[in-house]
Write a protein that binds this ligand. Sequence first.
Ligand SMILES: [Zn+2]
Ligand SMILES: [Zn+2]
Length: 349
Amino acid sequence: MKSVIYKGPGEFTIEDRLEPSIQNVDDIKIKVLGVAICGTDINIFATPQKHPCRSGIIFGHEFCGQVVEVGSAVTNLKPGDKVIVDPHGPCGYCDACLAGWPERCENLYLHEPGFEGQANAMGVFKDGGLTSYTIIPNKFAYKIADDTPAELMALAEPLECCGYSIEKLNIHVGDTVCVLGAGPIGQLYTALAKANGASKIIVSEPIEYRRKKALEIGATRVVDPNKEDIVQVCMEETDGVGVDHCIEAVAAMLMDAIECVRARGKVLQCGHDETAVAPVRVGEVLKKEVEIHGVFLGKYYMAKAARIIESGVLPLEKIVTHTFPISEYGKALDLARSGQCVKVVVIPE
Ligand SMILES: [Zn+2]
Ligand SMILES: [Zn+2]
């Protein structure tokens, strides 16, 4: 099986791996149909590295597939079913899981050197999806309609993160929203804000290709931050009040997000770069009584992600702009890094 293997900071190889077989009664074997490239993947390959990863694993966490075999205890799925995969399946027994916060599961991300092998996040610390067949526990697979295109199914994990977290903002019909960054995550939030009934969606993004896409997906105004000041634009668009909600999908623009929102406005910090530091004027936070929400993964949202994808309620087909065969993974990664795309999906053999 042609597989993309993470070899260490900045490095991967495409190697042949043996086809795995079911080991546990509740395992399923899936043929991988598509794997999306995530901003986290780009951060993992960045120099200096902006996200940890375990050397030697099959890379790629945003994957989906079709069931080819099920363990003897599996009753919810059968061969032929198409499934989206939760690559961050919680352990179920740590303090966070028992407190009802599976997205904060302590066993998903163990960063300390030497402990990465015990972390459960697929495609980051354990084998992931950039291969032909893989084995996963049945509880981390969610059935989706048979006629759903694979490249849209591959959006399930980022959609889970965005769909779950945007609910923290509680956007009402007519609200105004600013989105900082129009990469895949910023575009998903734009589509979700539109579906939630936002009257204005102002998107800041330096790359023209992505600004154009944001307009197709639901932005009412796009801003090139190299030419215009996003805070000023948000004020102009709201008669000097500020937007109701700002979604930070870059990583180091928290201060801009705080300045964009109205008094008692809400900020969602989802841009994820573990080296990013954003200075904040504390006076602005307290005088405005800004609500700042952190975002990490999604919670109990995968079944809903399946409904969203198969229903066509969001223009996801506009978000997947390119597909590549697995043999061209390097090209796919280079394109994703260049930003002249939105979501790039890799199709295994
Ligand atoms: Zn991801
Ligand atoms: Zn846990």
